[in-house]
Design a protein. Structure first.
Length: 321
């Protein structure tokens, strides 16, 4: 996860030339960034370079990425009146540059290497839109859910529709799998997930183009895994906070899982990386349907050679099975 990023000198060189949103909106440059880790690391798939909040910008809420900061929403959506003026997103014209990037990447890659597209799940995207940025407690989001459920329903409807068309556009452009990132959904209890997220995720998965596998990933979701499985997805992503075997038991062995090495392990030397990688593979027990991955994104402090070592270790140990 987060194949392209600040740990790569090639990426930092691109960011010296482009602002973050500018880079996302420049298909030739975004395709180059997508391909950089494939060429450098020898991974088994290319993950599209984009951002989960690109579909938020056409909502008119004012999306900005400050230097060295995360995303900021200038006009947060906090109540019923704010939600009422949100209209449907014209995805095709608003983020057509992403589809162009996918086409460029697919054309540049060998036929055996797939392209993985992605989007933010509606709850996580809504969290940014309502909170105005990252949050610790997500109190504005929870207040909106509890006090204005009709407004929450409408916000979810807008985001489900936009996200489905966004992912289907990526699939039409050549993405052979897609991933939904619900990065902040772990702040919810199972009761709240069932009431305020589950119906919308089911609706979203039902709208996706049949065929390409869909990966459903969240962080801090150990208590939510059975509900996430119920919500949908061909693959359930597991973060590093849950034992992979236990997580697979929770979602059922008739679904694939992805994960789940702690990204911080990549700060250690290769012998330790090898030990921890072996532990993840042992937990998977050689069962069909395990996609080795990190339990979240690569940290910017990670040495590139450690990431390359991980890829080589996974290939070596997997070949032995």
């Amino acid at each position: 996860m987060r194949q392209a990023g600040r740990y790569l000198p090639e990426y930092r060189a691109m960011r010296a030339r482009y602002g973050f949103l500018e880079l996302c909106k420049h298909p030739e440059a975004a395709a180059e960034v997508t391909l950089q880790p494939v060429e450098r690391l020898g991974v088994d798939a290319a993950i599209l370079f984009a951002d989960i909040l690109l579909i938020v910008e056409p909502l008119g809420v004012g999306l900005e990425f400050g230097a060295g900061e995360g995303p900021v929403i200038e006009r947060p959506v906090r109540g019923e009146a704010d939600v009422a003026w949100l209209g449907p997103v014209d995805v095709e014209s608003a983020v057509g540059f992403v589809f162009d990037t996918v086409r460029r990447v697919r054309k540049a890659l060998p036929v055996h290497l797939p392209v993985i597209g992605f989007a933010g799940a509606p709850f996580t995207v809504a969290s940014y839109v309502v909170e105005g940025g990252a949050s610790r407690d997500y109190l504005h989001v929870k207040r909106l859910m509890y006090e204005a459920p009709a407004a929450w329903q409408r916000l979810m409807d807008v985001l489900v529709d936009a996200t489905a068309r966004y992912l289907n556009g990526q699939i039409a452009a050549g993405a052979q799998a897609v991933q939904l990132f619900d990065s902040w959904v772990g702040v919810l209890s199972p009761v709240d997930y069932r009431a305020f997220v589950l119906p919308h995720m089911k609706a979203l998965f039902a709208k996706l183009t049949p065929g390409p596998p869909a990966i459903h990933f969240g962080t801090g979701t150990a208590a939510l895994l059975p509900l996430m499985r119920e919500a949908g997805g061909d693959v359930i992503g597991l973060d590093w906070r849950v034992d992979l075997g236990a997580g697979w038991d929770a979602v059922g062995h008739d679904v694939a899982v992805q994960g789940n090495l702690d990204p911080a392990v990549l700060l250690a030397a290769p012998p330790y990386i090898r030990k921890r990688t072996q532990a993840v593979l042992d937990a998977a027990a050689g069962r069909t349907g395990h996609i080795f991955n990190l339990g979240h994104g690569i940290h910017k402090e990670t040495p590139v050679e450690h990431v390359k070592a991980l890829v080589d270790i996974v290939h070596e140990l997997s070949d032995r099975r």
